[in-house]
Design a protein around this ligand. Structure first.
Ligand code: CP
Length: 319
């Protein structure tokens, strides 16, 4: 028995437009649950979900935990620090030991690209990729799509430019796949040193001046400079980066129209984005965070529907 998304959610690259739209549509009624005084429905009562976060996270880890709790699942959080991973236990051994305690789903964030797929191939539980190295961050891509859809209604023909450190960004990859499948026009903008060599193969327009991106776009998704992944001198200095590529109020004021501002967080204020833009009238950065809970509830719900052990509980939960 397999649900509409399959056993796992590992990436947006293999999903169809129909599957992506299904997640977005499923998230709509879940938004309302978070607005209630009592933010809880019994959809996943009895399910046990482990959040394995081997890299730092605020938004993704906490919103998955809120999503699980609002669906009444039992949740356990495991970090590398304080677990037997520190003693050298492998990822698969950790997951198999958790399965021996009869879990149903694993949400994993890991520094290695492919870690979520590696785990999904080796355990029976549903696996959700919460960000693997520089590969993909599918639920971030989905929440960005939902936020854009909330604003533009339909993504067909909407011009979205992904700006900054594309080289190290799993968010960029998930956004590019998702946006293109839903018919958006996609560009990337950043220094040549922070563009992947194979960027042309992704079917996006490449811009090298932030002024050109701002002129072109309906929406900018501004990426964090991932200083912790930079092993060489990719940029002269943070000050220079802000001077040449920073999204500033002065630059936006010269745009022919209002440009919607997204950022997946965490932000380097004063580097890739100035505070008056991040907190300005066209910013939907906190709407992205709000939508993150609904998207994660939708993904958990849809995967549970294909899990024989959980399907009965999930059935009719939105009725
Ligand atoms: N956007 C995002 O993945 O943020 P966190 O690293 O805080 O989870």
């Amino acid at each position: 028995m397999t649900g509409p998304l399959g056993k796992d959610l590992l990436a947006l690259e293999p999903l169809t437009a129909e599957q992506i739209n299904l997640v977005l549509d499923t998230a709509e009624p879940f938004k309302e649950i978070s607005e209630r005084a009592i933010k809880k429905v019994p959809t996943l009562r009895g399910a046990t979900i482990v959040n394995l976060f081997f890299e730092a996270s605020t938004r993704t880890r906490i919103s998955f935990e809120f999503a699980e709790k609002r669906l009444s699942a039992d949740t356990v959080n495991v970090a590398a620090s304080g677990s037997s991973v520190q003693k050298g236990e492998t990822l698969v051994d950790t997951a198999r030991n958790l399965e021996a305690m009869r879990i149903d789903m694993v949400v994993i964030r890991h520094g290695a690209s492919g870690a979520a797929q590696f785990l999904a191939d080796r355990i029976e539980s549903n696996v959700i990729n919460a960000g693997d190295g520089t590969h993909e961050h599918p639920t971030q891509g989905l929440l960005d799509l939902l936020t854009l859809r909330d604003h533009f209604g339909n993504l067909a023909g909407v011009k979205v430019c992904i700006c900054g450190d594309v080289l190290h960004s799993r968010v960029a990859r998930s956004n590019i796949w998702g946006l293109k499948k839903l018919g958006a026009e996609v560009a990337v903008c950043g220094p040549r040193s922070l563009m992947p060599n194979a960027i042309d193969e992704l079917g996006v327009t490449v811009l090298h001046r932030i002024e050109d991106a701002i002129q072109w776009a309906d929406a900018l998704n501004i990426l964090r400079l991932q200083l912790e992944r930079m092993t060489a001198g990719y940029i002269p200095s943070l000050r220079e980066y802000n001077r040449v590529f920073g999204v500033t109020r002065e630059r936006l004021d010269r745009a022919p129209k209002d440009v919607l501002i997204l950022h997946p967080g965490p932000m380097n204020r004063g580097v890739e984005i100035d505070s008056d833009v991040a907190d300005g009238p066209h910013s939907v950065i906190l709407d992205q965070v709000t939508n993150g809970v609904a998207i994660r509830m939708a993904v958990l719900y849809l995967l549970a529907g294909g899990n024989p052990k959980l399907a009965e509980a999930a059935k009719g939960a939105l009725a």
